[in-house]
Design a protein around this ligand. Structure first.
Ligand code: ISE
Length: 352
């Protein structure tokens, strides 16, 4: 697209130097497991994107990943955001660093794709909502990749069609093979159930107004002190019930499934798919080992749509800061419920 025509898609003044005829130059902040995956995606798959820099608190890791992709290693993440040769930022650093980094990017007027959680508390997420509102245009997309999964999109299409009448229940199961070291009981809610919170909001189009988290007996596969599994019950504005079995030490595989129960029909997504074998051992198929495998295609679509949005000047095509804030608020209430055993209500306040 020419930069000389005056259309609604013209670069705004904060990005006046951005040339739409070339690829979006992206820096990835945080190159642990997820960040490396995103760096590879941007370098090899996403059309219209150019991975130009990586940054991580671990300097040796930054240098190694930069060398692998032939890009710049910028050790200070804020310098990477402000670098004149960086157009857009992917944040895949630990959650507690997100607030500062997102605020610097907002100030610099640069588009951001921030991995979940947006921040680690409702208060800090709210600050980002206010900062973006003050800017007057969306710049921050939140990495709730499930919204780009074909199954969830079909399910939402079904809800929106009205064919099955009003939604009554969502039954969700979210199972991981194992947990990383130091995974706490609260992290089952903050790190894992957060996806169910977002997807429940996405599917129903409603806010979550109350949550209760119950910790039944723990699996003997869970590390000492970890309350795993947990059972979560959420209520939406109109009274839809969403239940979640979160179980993160199943020992053998990764599974995310959702069943929608509506007045005139039911639908399930996330059932085992792919090749089914038959042999002397019986019949069967394979189980994904982790979320990178289960949601690989969703991440690919998420990144492509984000880059397309940056190139068009829309900057965001998917969950934004309000979604990040709402998820943070529901999860904080969930952690309170896990501690107290009580049902906790959520008040998001007014959307700016
Ligand atoms: C992880 O951080 C993710 O985001 C995955 O999608 C989720 O399934 C897993 O439970 C989390 O720990």
């Amino acid at each position: 697209m020419s930069t000389s025509t005056t259309t609604a898609l013209e670069p705004d003044s904060a990005r006046a130097g951005y040339d739409r005829d070339r690829a979006v130059r992206v820096a990835v902040l945080g190159v642990g497991m997820m960040g490396q995956d995103h760096a590879r995606r941007l370098a090899t798959l996403t059309a219209g994107a150019e991975l130009v820099a990586v940054s991580d608190v671990d300097a040796a890791r930054t240098d190694a990943v930069a060398a692998e992709f032939g890009v710049r290693a910028i050790h200070d993440p804020k310098a990477a955001i402000l670098d004149p040769e960086v157009d857009a930022i992917v944040i895949a650093t630990p959650g507690f660093t997100h607030e500062d980094l997102v605020l610097v990017a907002l100030e610099a007027g640069k588009p951001v794709l921030c991995e979940k959680p947006l921040t680690t508390s409702p208060e800090t997420s709210r600050r980002i909502v206010e900062a973006e509102a003050a800017l007057g245009r969306p710049l921050v997309q939140v990495g709730f990749m499930r919204r780009f999964d074909a199954g969830y999109q079909q399910l939402r299409g079904l809800v929106e069609s009205g064919e099955y009448g009003r939604t009554l229940f969502l039954h969700c199961a979210h199972r991981n093979a194992t947990t990383p070291p130091n995974f706490s009981s609260e992290m089952l809610v903050l790190d894992s159930v957060v996806h169910e919170v977002d997807i429940a909001r996405y599917l129903t189009g409603e806010e979550i107004v109350a949550i209760r988290v119950i910790a039944p007996r723990s699996t003997s596969a869970a590390p000492e002190g970890l309350r795993d599994p947990q059972f979560v019950i959420m209520e939406t504005e109109s009274g839809i019930l969403v239940d979640v079995e979160i179980f993160v030490n199943t020992t053998f595989g990764y599974e995310v499934r959702t069943e929608l129960v509506a007045e005139k029909g039911q639908a399930r997504i996330g059932l085992p798919e792919g090749m089914v074998t038959q042999s002397g051992q019986g019949w069967g198929g394979s189980i994904p080992k982790d979320f990178k495998e289960r949601f690989g295609a969703a991440y690919d679509v998420e990144f492509q749509r984000w880059i397309d949005a940056v190139r068009s000047g829309a900057n965001v095509d998917g969950p934004g800061v309000w979604d990040g804030y709402a998820a943070a608020a529901v999860c904080a209430a969930g952690v309170e419920s896990l501690r107290t055993g009580e049902r906790v209500e959520i008040d998001l306040g007014v959307k700016p």
